[in-house]
Ligand binder design. Sequence first.
Ligand code: AHR
Ligand code: AHR
Length: 504
Amino acid sequence: MFSRPSLGAFALGLALAGSPVNADGPCDIYSSGGTPCIAAHSTVRALYDSYTDALYQISRGSDGSTTDITPLSNGIANATAQDSFCAGTTCLITIIYDQSGSGNHLTQAPPGGAASGPETNGYDYLASAIGAPVTLNGTKAYGVFISPNTGYRNNNPNGTATGDDPEGMYAVFDGTHYNNKCCFDYGNAETDSRDTGNGRMEAIYFGNGGNKGSGNGPWVQADLENGLFSGGNGDVNENNLSLTSRFITAIVKGQSNQWAIRGGDATSGSLSTYYSGTRPSPGYNPMSKEGAIVLGIGGDNSDRAQGTFYEGVMTTGYPSDDTENAVQSNIVAAGYDTTSLVTGNFSQFSVGSSISLRATTDCCTNRYIAHTGSTVNTQIVSSSSSDDLKQQASWIIHTGLGNSDCFSFESKDTPGSYIRHYNYQLQADQNDGSQLFGEDATFCPQSGLNGDGHFSMRSWSYPARYWRHYNAVGYLASNGGPHDFDATYSFNDDVSFAISDGFA
Ligand code: AHR
Ligand code: AHR
């Protein structure tokens, strides 16, 4: 900093004016350290003290129109503007703007070597705008909840590190949302979405896949292409600690034949260095970085991982540990905290009680969510129905198997079977105790998209998707997605249900 007189004088001026250091944003701190941001992304806050432009763009299902979300005067995203734009419909995050002024925006990831589903022509899905609510010093904002098959990318970057250029990166993630699939990444990757060889990428990876560290994970690792490295040369790195707090700071940085992994709790304390040393081999020294930017996917668009992103940057130059420690203090001071995934009056969702859920589309107001074997469907049920049918249309409410903010629904007549989604269809399956089952079986009620005191049941793990009846079968549908059952026609009614005491 002291070798850069103008920035030093600026910092001194701030100090004389009595401003706390944390009035700066993370990118102001990186600039002071001589390693400025070349890309800066966040849907929750401005990453420069002076940034007032758009943070991200959303698009809504009702009419396809878009709007930009900007920061409030405190630098936090204006979530209220999002909530009013999205009232009574669904919203997706379409652009995460680059705050650095370099134009390195993130948009829907295009097809790559590892193809996404054929139904999307290889494009990844966009994230729901409401999957990851948080508060920052008490102000609500929304992060980017990446479900499998969801991803963002920029394959035409400006000024990011290429070849063996030095760079740094940090990101704030949800330490409880991850899996072991490839690859929940943020950072530098190939410009053609293909695996072009070792050393072609350098990104932060977070999850419990890869080369692993101590404990059960998840770990911050580096995706350097054809390898998730927890440190060293691709072995288990016992110095790389599992990071299980709700909000975590993750850092990867690299320069000529040297790289490091650092991490910590994003709400308190300091960063630990889990690895700092030479590059793995062969093919990683020198590096051949291509400079594209990925979020939520691997270099070749491998897109089966999941995670939540709140903020992150890429720098020019190799940041010092001191600079990163100051960034960590800034993140802690931002005051990340949780807020409920369900809002409104959910007193009828009382754990242990039996409920029935009636369709509200005009066609079908005598039909209830029921099951025939493992198929979840709607059936005509009334007080004079058989006891068997009444049981098939009754569900016991449980605390969410995958997230305790939300709920799971056990079949009344088939104990141990819960409503879960599988290939975006609703099924009543036995709980196998796996992480995937618990997450597939967890749903977050919200006020019905068609209003009227109804409820819509949003998937916790795929928050762009809701329970829907379509030709009397139960699906997990998105508003205007690629499947027949994603049709926009009567979407709001098809995903809205009236709750009552269980028939049985
Ligand atoms: O390095 C791990 C993954 O391997 C990369 O993200 C992907 O491009 C390849 O499949
Ligand atoms: O329903 C989407 C996914 O399909 C589920 O998460 C998984 O169990 C299945 O592969």
